[in-house]
Design a protein around this ligand. Sequence first.
Ligand SMILES: Cc1cc2nc3c(=O)[nH]c(=O)nc-3n(C[C@H](O)[C@H](O)[C@H](O)COP(=O)(O)OP(=O)(O)OC[C@H]3O[C@@H](n4cnc5c(N)ncnc54)[C@H](O)[C@@H]3O)c2cc1C
Length: 520
Amino acid sequence: MGDRSRLRSEALAGEVRERPAEVRLHPDPESVADFLHDESKLGGSGIGSLAVPRTVGALRAVLAWHAHEGNRVAVSGARTGVTGGAVPENGAHLVSLAELRGVVRVDAEGDPPTITVLAGTSLAELNAHLAAHHPGLAFPVDPTETSASLGGMVSTNAGGARTYRFGAMREWVQALTIELASGRTLHLTRGRERGEGGVLWLEDDGGARALEIAPIPKPATKNAIGYGFSPSGDAIDLWIGAEGTLGVVSEVTVRLVRAEPGRLGSLQFFDRVEEGFAFVSALRAARELDVTAIEFLDARSHALARDSGKPAVDRVLQQGGGAACSIFVEIAFATEDDLGEIAEGLERMVRQAGGDPDRSLAGATEGALRDIRAFRHAVPERINAIIAQRRERHPGLHKIATDMAVPDEALGWVYRRYQEVIGRAGLDYAAFGHVGNNHFHVNILPRDEAELARARECYAILAREVVAHGGCVSAEHGIGRIKKGFMAIQYPPAVLDAFRRVKRWADPQWRLNRGVLIDP
Ligand SMILES: Cc1cc2nc3c(=O)[nH]c(=O)nc-3n(C[C@H](O)[C@H](O)[C@H](O)COP(=O)(O)OP(=O)(O)OC[C@H]3O[C@@H](n4cnc5c(N)ncnc54)[C@H](O)[C@@H]3O)c2cc1C
């Protein structure tokens, strides 16, 4: 047994037999209503208890008590997740990390520089701390919703627009503190604990358990589809994207980058989607540009934005009225002198792709980009408003939003298939998202229950085809409770069994987040 392959967990000093004061037993569902759902709008019906610890010590005591009682434990962070992973199973004991917040330390001189925060700290709080105290440093992962907690972002391997340039959470996590289902604590550091001889040992209650590291095949696209090892066999990777099923993350250390002096944002309109994709290919090939994000909106998204009635959206669409799509590109630059050259390069690429650079909007300051931001945000807002309206007549209705990514060469193909499959089913939909990663959030807006059923069928057909083309069923939102059915599309049965072995290794009684990601 090599030392590096041994994960040594620490026990809490003293046994916890008395219920900690933080644990509120059998709370009235109304008083905890906010804790029973996340942004998936899936709703839990009731919980055995609620604990919202404010210190790591209190969290450990709560988990140790649940372990002593043999309770099922559900875990939530900021509940901005969209796949129901933070929604507690009926009767489970909910532990919310929402109040476990704060910056523990910043190592600004480290190589690499890092920041360590308590897991409930939001991305907005982390960014604000850096801006106020270390303006030269930045954290590059940006899953749009900045109220998300760092623990939740680790647990879903969150991505976002800038994943194009910086990758998802996995690439930035340097160290984690994990509270195991047994109530014991693990400290993991990237590069320190690794499977050796194909085995990882976990020292937990009742001795050491061995996990044979079976390779878990993952598509080359960005993905958030359950447990995985990086090629180095680093143990820490098992807990990234584990959706709270292997332990509770209590402390997170992430790497930081030197903040870029500036970013240019530019929105380009195209009359044919193929022209937009040609522009995307040109951006990918332009190695001289530091492109940080490439985003897409289709014509239906433009129309939805227009319906929001916002003056900022009208100003944007005056430039791009009638276009088949728009592409937003963000480019980092070192000095303002670089801007002229970048703008010229962009114009050339737009022309070569068949577009007209005179229809573009661009800016290098927050103020200048405000209209573009309002335009992009108006689309999901409008979709949510339409669905909310339709729910008045059809209470069970919800949108179906895809989160699949494909390899570069399949970009045009997958877009056509969305049009064919969803269009043929007569459904209303808008496609937008992270085209730089070949990752669309296609939002289907069903008008009634029959359309909702058809939308689900379309999603399943497309998921099978995407996987057959080397893609993944979830690129950044995770599997949670609502996409579990897609695991059998993504993986063969032997891989799902390997997942179950990982789960039993870390949580033998299957007490943590039961019903999330994988079933026994
Ligand atoms: C408007 C909007 C836009 C979004 N855009 C993006 C995007 O661009 N990219 C993207 O990746 N996501 C996006 N999301 C989804 C969401 O913000 C991310 O999934 C985020 O990482 C969830 O963090 P959270 O703290 O809200 O986690 P929660 O929703 O509370 O939980 C998510 C999962 O993580 C587990 N979990 C939470 N905290 C812990 C912890 N401390 N320890 C162990 N397990 C834990 C939960 O059990 C659950 O399974 C978006 C959401 C919204 C509402």
